[in-house]
Design a protein around this ligand. Structure first.
Ligand code: KIV
Length: 266
């Protein structure tokens, strides 16, 4: 009998870069989707704070809490057999100092069973990453467009400050991050950063020169409301298929053709 699949570890994830193996990651927020996404054999699953927008219906990621991230992290970890699971640290769960960050990230790691946390790291924030790493908590650093700063930025837009972005990525590596997510930065800059750091870069809206890619699964599947950002490629149109299926069900019930004899007991 073949061995059951073994879950990817943080060192194995990082080693993908040296091995020249492209890394694929997607988001998941619940058991059912995590099970399907994991069964496709991708390397990593992110329980993103995008849950605030995608699942909770907020207009940005700021409202989601540590307790809610833990709840979603538990649902995902219950399903995943192969992929590395990373859980996002929400707004204000790590910015208030190293102790608070370790307390919150430690809870996320202990209570969900995930392998790592992700936090948005801008200028001057590398000490928090270093403190978590020295406490034994693996960190994926999120550089480039940092959605938790939306109120400061005003709009979600491509980040072009090359020196600052290169410095943020190098500071994250220096602080011990095992991987760096690069969101919405020019493709040539992402490729330069990828060549300059030893840990894998995971891009979203950062071109093909990164070591891996991530997308929000709902965007990839065509489940997102409204216009998709330019960096998304929809691979399915499930939103339309769901509405069509539900409409057919409604019509069948109204017409008396569901349930039929095959769905009825004698
Ligand atoms: O929360 C999220 O979904 C993210 C994306 C960049 C993937 O961080």
């Amino acid at each position: 009998m073949p061995d059951p699949p073994r879950q990817m570890t943080v060192p194995e994830f990082t080693a993908c870069k040296q091995a020249g193996r492209k890394i694929t990651m997607l988001t998941a927020y619940d058991y059912g989707m995590a099970r399907l996404v994991d069964s496709a054999g991708i390397e990593g699953i992110l329980v993103g704070d995008s849950v605030a927008m995608v699942v909770q219906g907020h207009s940005n990621t700021l409202p989601v809490t540590v307790d809610e991230m833990i709840y979603h992290g538990k649902l995902v970890c219950r399903a995943v057999r192969r992929a590395l699971v990373v859980v996002d640290m929400p707004f204000l769960s790590y910015q208030l100092g190293a102790i608070r960050a370790i307390e919150n990230a430690g809870r996320v790691l202990k209570e969900t069973g995930c392998q790592a946390v992700k936090l948005e790291q801008g200028p001057g924030q590398a000490e928090i990453t270093a403190a978590l790493v020295s406490a034994g908590i693996p960190v994926m650093a999120h550089c480039g467009l940092r959605p938790q700063s939306i109120q400061q930025m005003g709009t979600y837009r491509v980040q072009r400050d090359r020196d600052r972005l290169m410095a943020d990525a190098k500071a994250a590596e220096q602080a011990g991050a095992f991987s760096i997510l690069l969101e919405c930065i020019p493709a040539d800059l992402a490729a330069e950063i990828t060549a300059a750091v030893a840990v894998p870069t995971i891009g979203i809206g950062a071109g093909a020169g990164c070591d891996g890619q991530i997308l929000v699964t709902h965007d990839l599947l065509g489940l997102t409301e409204g216009r998709l950002p330019r960096h998304v490629k929809p691979y399915a149109d499930l939103g339309r298929q769901i509405v069509a299926a539900v409409t057919q069900y409604r019509d069948d019930v109204r017409a008396g053709t569901f349930p039929g004899p095959e769905q009825s007991f004698s």
